[in-house]
Design a protein around this ligand. Sequence first.
Ligand code: ADE
Ligand code: ZN
Length: 331
Amino acid sequence: MKELPKLELHLHLEGAAPPAFIRGLAAEKSVNLSGIFDARGAYAYRDFVDFLRVYEAACTVLQTPQDFYRLTRAVLEASSAEGVIYTEAFLSPDFCGGRDLDAWRDYLAAMTEAAADAEAADGIVMRGIVTCIRHFGPEAARETARCAAETAGAFITGFGIAGDEMKGAPKDFAYAFDMAREAELQLTAHAGEWGGARSVRDAVRDLGVTRIGHGVQAIEDPALLEELAEAGITLEVCPGSNVALGVYPNWRAHPIERLRKAGVPVTVSTDDPPFFHTTMSGEYENLAQSFGWELPDFAAITYAALDAAFCDTATREALRTRLAPTFGEFT
Ligand code: ADE
Ligand code: ZN
């Protein structure tokens, strides 16, 4: 599966940090992070809220733009080895200087440089989606949106929201999303991972997003599925994440195949791969095993991702050219 060219639309940059990378930084900075790893050195968490705690603890050792340069290079190198040729990473001003605009510019410069170096080395193309964090509240989200709006351009192409979906409602974040939209950023929101079909409905209506992070619980509402299909709202589905966090008990129970059959544009991503012991190829292997997916199915999710990617036309067409030798006959 590694050889198939892949597009990934939903990857949290800090969430893609291997535990050894975080341990290395912790040692360099003399930070004690022993509480977030298990005996084998993997990230250890009990449930989704505990996962967010561990995630934020890991982020405490990411302290300088240079740390983010190294993280971005490491993440893109790992993604490229999985066959990923285009990735959209969620970037968080919260963890890059506490949402201070000048600090954010410095961190962003380091990540942009790392992305350019990775593209030169491996051909992998990266774009950034600035992301606010729901449980940090609407005021913090506005500051994050300001960072996004002030740095929107060729590299920062989107704005989104992650974090604890059970805290607050999408409409609380409408102002932040309005700021991002005015800066011509494209929009996505985590919804329907924990908050049911209603949370997807609310995110589409109140935030005006064209993509939904996860969105899998839309499966509970056939009328919503029709609306998503009709409007072409693309789901950034992360099945391995959902199974690891217990949204679904196992791969066979995951609704990805039913979502696709309902005509909803579906893509596949890893979310926070080391936390969930997954990779893009691992996701593909599980999809093949659980649902019998073959080349035409992987072509369909890849072209759905190409259509929904937050990039300009030239980038999209260059990617299409790179996909054609593998998937061209299925377009
Ligand atoms: N941040 C990182 N991973 C996340 C997830 N799966 N859901 C919500 N927020 C996140
Ligand atoms: Zn996510």
